[in-house]
Design a protein. Sequence first.
Length: 249
Amino acid sequence: MKLYVARSAEEWNRLTAQIVREVIEAKPDAVLGLATGNTPIGMYKELVRMYKAGEIDFSRVRTFNLDEYLGIDPGHPASFISFMKQHLFDHVNIDPDRMHIPKANPDDPEAEAAAYRELLRTYGPCDLQVLGIGTNGHIGFNEPGTSFDSVTSVVELHESTRKANAPAFGGDPANVPARAITVGISEIMTAKKILLLATGAGKADIMKAALEGEVTEQVPASVLQRHDDVVVVCDEAAASRLELPRSER
Ligand code: PGA
Protein backbone atom coordinates (compact mmCIF):
# COMPACT_ATOMS: atom_id res chain seq x y z
CA MET A 1 0.00 0.00 0.00
CA LYS A 2 1.32 3.42 -0.95
CA LEU A 3 0.21 6.55 0.91
CA TYR A 4 0.49 10.03 -0.55
CA VAL A 5 -0.46 13.02 1.55
CA ALA A 6 -1.17 16.17 -0.45
CA ARG A 7 -0.32 19.53 1.07
CA SER A 8 -3.10 21.44 -0.68
CA ALA A 9 -6.37 20.78 -2.50
CA GLU A 10 -4.67 21.62 -5.80
CA GLU A 11 -1.91 19.10 -5.16
CA TRP A 12 -4.50 16.47 -4.14
CA ASN A 13 -6.48 17.08 -7.35
CA ARG A 14 -3.32 16.88 -9.49
CA LEU A 15 -2.01 13.76 -7.82
CA THR A 16 -5.25 11.80 -8.04
CA ALA A 17 -5.96 12.81 -11.66
CA GLN A 18 -2.36 11.99 -12.59
CA ILE A 19 -2.78 8.43 -11.31
CA VAL A 20 -5.88 8.02 -13.50
CA ARG A 21 -4.05 9.53 -16.47
CA GLU A 22 -1.10 7.17 -16.09
CA VAL A 23 -3.41 4.15 -16.20
CA ILE A 24 -5.01 5.44 -19.43
CA GLU A 25 -1.64 6.29 -20.96
CA ALA A 26 -0.40 2.77 -20.29
CA LYS A 27 -3.64 1.25 -21.62
CA PRO A 28 -5.84 3.53 -23.77
CA ASP A 29 -8.77 1.09 -23.53
CA ALA A 30 -8.51 0.83 -19.74
CA VAL A 31 -11.55 -0.14 -17.69
CA LEU A 32 -12.06 2.37 -14.89
CA GLY A 33 -14.19 1.83 -11.80
CA LEU A 34 -15.54 5.22 -10.77
CA ALA A 35 -16.85 6.63 -7.51
CA THR A 36 -19.19 9.47 -6.60
CA GLY A 37 -19.33 11.61 -3.44
CA ASN A 38 -17.81 14.88 -2.33
CA THR A 39 -14.28 13.52 -2.19
CA PRO A 40 -13.56 12.86 -5.90
CA ILE A 41 -15.03 16.13 -7.22
CA GLY A 42 -11.63 17.86 -7.39
CA MET A 43 -10.11 14.85 -9.16
CA TYR A 44 -12.82 14.95 -11.83
CA LYS A 45 -12.32 18.70 -12.20
CA GLU A 46 -8.64 18.15 -12.91
CA LEU A 47 -9.40 15.29 -15.34
CA VAL A 48 -11.73 17.61 -17.25
CA ARG A 49 -9.01 20.26 -17.31
CA MET A 50 -6.52 17.70 -18.63
CA TYR A 51 -8.97 16.63 -21.33
CA LYS A 52 -9.59 20.22 -22.42
CA ALA A 53 -5.84 20.81 -22.54
CA GLY A 54 -5.42 17.76 -24.81
CA GLU A 55 -3.50 15.87 -22.14
CA ILE A 56 -5.81 12.87 -21.85
CA ASP A 57 -8.01 10.88 -24.23
CA PHE A 58 -10.99 8.92 -22.90
CA SER A 59 -12.23 7.75 -26.32
CA ARG A 60 -11.40 4.08 -25.77
CA VAL A 61 -11.91 3.98 -22.02
CA ARG A 62 -14.75 1.99 -20.46
CA THR A 63 -16.21 3.04 -17.10
CA PHE A 64 -18.16 1.23 -14.43
CA ASN A 65 -19.65 3.27 -11.61
CA LEU A 66 -19.67 1.59 -8.25
CA ASP A 67 -23.23 2.24 -7.25
CA GLU A 68 -26.52 4.03 -7.74
CA TYR A 69 -29.50 4.78 -5.54
CA LEU A 70 -32.67 2.83 -6.19
CA GLY A 71 -36.09 4.36 -6.51
CA ILE A 72 -35.25 7.87 -7.70
CA ASP A 73 -35.58 9.47 -11.08
CA PRO A 74 -32.23 9.27 -12.92
CA GLY A 75 -32.68 13.00 -13.61
CA HIS A 76 -32.81 13.78 -9.88
CA PRO A 77 -29.82 16.04 -9.15
CA ALA A 78 -28.63 13.68 -6.40
CA SER A 79 -28.66 10.53 -8.55
CA PHE A 80 -25.19 9.24 -9.24
CA ILE A 81 -25.75 9.39 -13.00
CA SER A 82 -26.54 13.12 -12.60
CA PHE A 83 -23.38 13.51 -10.53
CA MET A 84 -21.26 11.77 -13.15
CA LYS A 85 -22.70 13.87 -15.97
CA GLN A 86 -22.16 17.07 -14.03
CA HIS A 87 -18.61 16.33 -12.98
CA LEU A 88 -17.20 14.21 -15.81
CA PHE A 89 -19.32 12.58 -18.50
CA ASP A 90 -20.70 15.78 -20.04
CA HIS A 91 -17.23 17.29 -20.34
CA VAL A 92 -14.97 14.56 -21.77
CA ASN A 93 -14.95 12.17 -24.73
CA ILE A 94 -16.03 8.95 -23.02
CA ASP A 95 -18.19 6.96 -25.46
CA PRO A 96 -21.72 6.79 -23.96
CA ASP A 97 -21.87 3.14 -24.99
CA ARG A 98 -18.92 2.46 -22.71
CA MET A 99 -20.24 4.26 -19.61
CA HIS A 100 -21.89 1.86 -17.23
CA ILE A 101 -23.86 2.67 -14.11
CA PRO A 102 -26.78 0.77 -12.57
CA LYS A 103 -30.22 2.16 -13.41
CA ALA A 104 -31.79 4.27 -10.65
CA ASN A 105 -35.37 3.24 -11.47
CA PRO A 106 -35.35 -0.26 -12.97
CA ASP A 107 -38.62 -2.22 -13.10
CA ASP A 108 -36.84 -5.15 -11.50
CA PRO A 109 -33.90 -4.11 -9.27
CA GLU A 110 -32.70 -7.69 -8.73
CA ALA A 111 -32.58 -8.26 -12.49
CA GLU A 112 -30.75 -4.94 -12.93
CA ALA A 113 -28.15 -5.96 -10.33
CA ALA A 114 -27.71 -9.33 -12.06
CA ALA A 115 -27.30 -7.66 -15.46
CA TYR A 116 -24.68 -5.25 -14.06
CA ARG A 117 -22.83 -8.17 -12.46
CA GLU A 118 -22.73 -9.85 -15.88
CA LEU A 119 -21.48 -6.70 -17.60
CA LEU A 120 -18.66 -6.46 -15.09
CA ARG A 121 -17.85 -10.12 -15.67
CA THR A 122 -17.76 -9.53 -19.42
CA TYR A 123 -15.63 -6.38 -19.48
CA GLY A 124 -13.85 -6.45 -16.12
CA PRO A 125 -11.81 -6.60 -14.09
CA CYS A 126 -11.15 -2.89 -13.72
CA ASP A 127 -7.64 -1.72 -14.45
CA LEU A 128 -8.18 0.98 -11.85
CA GLN A 129 -10.89 1.19 -9.22
CA VAL A 130 -11.39 4.62 -7.66
CA LEU A 131 -12.86 4.43 -4.17
CA GLY A 132 -14.09 6.84 -1.55
CA ILE A 133 -14.69 5.69 2.00
CA GLY A 134 -17.73 6.27 4.19
CA THR A 135 -17.25 7.45 7.77
CA ASN A 136 -18.59 4.00 8.71
CA GLY A 137 -15.96 2.31 6.51
CA HIS A 138 -18.19 1.45 3.57
CA ILE A 139 -16.78 1.14 0.06
CA GLY A 140 -19.34 1.51 -2.67
CA PHE A 141 -22.53 0.97 -0.70
CA ASN A 142 -21.12 -2.11 1.01
CA GLU A 143 -22.07 -1.26 4.56
CA PRO A 144 -20.43 -2.67 7.74
CA GLY A 145 -21.20 -6.37 8.08
CA THR A 146 -21.18 -7.05 4.33
CA SER A 147 -19.39 -10.26 3.41
CA PHE A 148 -16.01 -9.79 1.74
CA ASP A 149 -17.36 -12.32 -0.81
CA SER A 150 -20.25 -10.05 -1.85
CA VAL A 151 -21.02 -9.43 -5.53
CA THR A 152 -23.12 -6.75 -7.23
CA SER A 153 -26.49 -6.66 -5.53
CA VAL A 154 -29.40 -4.68 -4.15
CA VAL A 155 -28.52 -3.41 -0.67
CA GLU A 156 -30.11 -1.45 2.18
CA LEU A 157 -28.35 1.73 3.22
CA HIS A 158 -27.44 2.19 6.88
CA GLU A 159 -28.92 5.12 8.76
CA SER A 160 -25.44 6.63 9.11
CA THR A 161 -25.08 6.64 5.32
CA ARG A 162 -28.51 8.19 4.77
CA LYS A 163 -27.59 10.87 7.31
CA ALA A 164 -24.20 11.52 5.66
CA ASN A 165 -25.82 11.83 2.23
CA ALA A 166 -28.84 13.88 3.35
CA PRO A 167 -27.45 17.28 2.25
CA ALA A 168 -28.01 16.27 -1.39
CA PHE A 169 -31.66 15.50 -0.54
CA GLY A 170 -32.64 18.74 1.19
CA GLY A 171 -31.04 17.76 4.50
CA ASP A 172 -33.55 15.13 5.63
CA PRO A 173 -32.18 11.55 5.87
CA ALA A 174 -35.74 10.28 5.31
CA ASN A 175 -35.53 11.66 1.75
CA VAL A 176 -32.42 9.60 0.96
CA PRO A 177 -33.33 6.39 -0.84
CA ALA A 178 -33.29 3.38 1.47
CA ARG A 179 -31.83 1.04 -1.13
CA ALA A 180 -29.15 1.03 -3.81
CA ILE A 181 -27.36 -1.26 -6.20
CA THR A 182 -23.67 -1.59 -5.45
CA VAL A 183 -20.74 -3.46 -6.93
CA GLY A 184 -19.70 -6.07 -4.36
CA ILE A 185 -16.53 -6.26 -2.30
CA SER A 186 -15.20 -9.35 -4.10
CA GLU A 187 -15.53 -7.54 -7.43
CA ILE A 188 -13.84 -4.37 -6.10
CA MET A 189 -10.95 -6.58 -4.99
CA THR A 190 -10.45 -7.98 -8.51
CA ALA A 191 -9.36 -4.53 -9.77
CA LYS A 192 -5.72 -4.51 -10.81
CA LYS A 193 -5.08 -1.24 -8.97
CA ILE A 194 -7.14 0.62 -6.38
CA LEU A 195 -7.04 4.35 -5.75
CA LEU A 196 -8.49 5.13 -2.32
CA LEU A 197 -9.39 8.76 -1.73
CA ALA A 198 -10.01 10.50 1.58
CA THR A 199 -10.04 14.12 2.67
CA GLY A 200 -11.02 15.97 5.81
CA ALA A 201 -10.71 15.37 9.56
CA GLY A 202 -14.00 13.47 9.53
CA LYS A 203 -12.23 10.59 7.78
CA ALA A 204 -9.17 10.38 10.08
CA ASP A 205 -10.57 7.75 12.48
CA ILE A 206 -12.01 5.48 9.80
CA MET A 207 -8.81 5.67 7.73
CA LYS A 208 -6.85 4.56 10.79
CA ALA A 209 -9.25 1.68 11.42
CA ALA A 210 -9.41 0.64 7.76
CA LEU A 211 -5.72 0.76 6.90
CA GLU A 212 -4.04 -0.05 10.21
CA GLY A 213 -6.70 -1.84 12.24
CA GLU A 214 -8.01 -5.39 12.18
CA VAL A 215 -9.21 -6.72 8.82
CA THR A 216 -12.88 -7.28 9.57
CA GLU A 217 -16.19 -7.26 7.74
CA GLN A 218 -17.32 -4.68 10.31
CA VAL A 219 -14.97 -2.24 8.51
CA PRO A 220 -15.49 -3.02 4.81
CA ALA A 221 -12.54 -0.90 3.64
CA SER A 222 -10.17 -2.94 5.82
CA VAL A 223 -10.32 -5.61 3.11
CA LEU A 224 -8.02 -3.33 1.09
CA GLN A 225 -5.14 -4.41 3.33
CA ARG A 226 -5.33 -7.72 1.39
CA HIS A 227 -4.92 -6.08 -2.05
CA ASP A 228 -1.40 -5.79 -3.39
CA ASP A 229 -1.71 -2.54 -5.36
CA VAL A 230 -3.54 0.11 -3.36
CA VAL A 231 -2.63 3.78 -3.68
CA VAL A 232 -4.10 6.04 -1.00
CA VAL A 233 -4.25 9.79 -1.56
CA CYS A 234 -5.23 11.85 1.48
CA ASP A 235 -4.96 15.37 2.73
CA GLU A 236 -3.19 16.04 6.04
CA ALA A 237 -6.47 15.98 7.97
CA ALA A 238 -7.58 12.54 6.74
CA ALA A 239 -4.04 11.14 7.17
CA SER A 240 -3.48 12.65 10.62
CA ARG A 241 -3.78 9.37 12.54
CA LEU A 242 -1.98 7.15 10.03
CA GLU A 243 1.41 5.71 10.88
CA LEU A 244 2.01 4.15 7.45
CA PRO A 245 5.15 5.47 5.75
CA ARG A 246 4.39 8.29 3.33
CA SER A 247 5.52 8.18 -0.30
CA GLU A 248 6.54 11.19 -2.39
CA ARG A 249 6.18 11.73 -6.10
P1 PGA B 1 -17.88 11.32 0.40
O1 PGA B 1 -18.51 9.87 0.37
O2 PGA B 1 -16.83 11.37 -0.66
O3 PGA B 1 -19.04 12.22 0.10
O4 PGA B 1 -17.31 11.51 1.77
C1 PGA B 1 -17.66 8.78 0.41
C2 PGA B 1 -18.46 7.52 0.51
O5 PGA B 1 -19.52 7.52 1.18
O6 PGA B 1 -18.03 6.50 -0.05
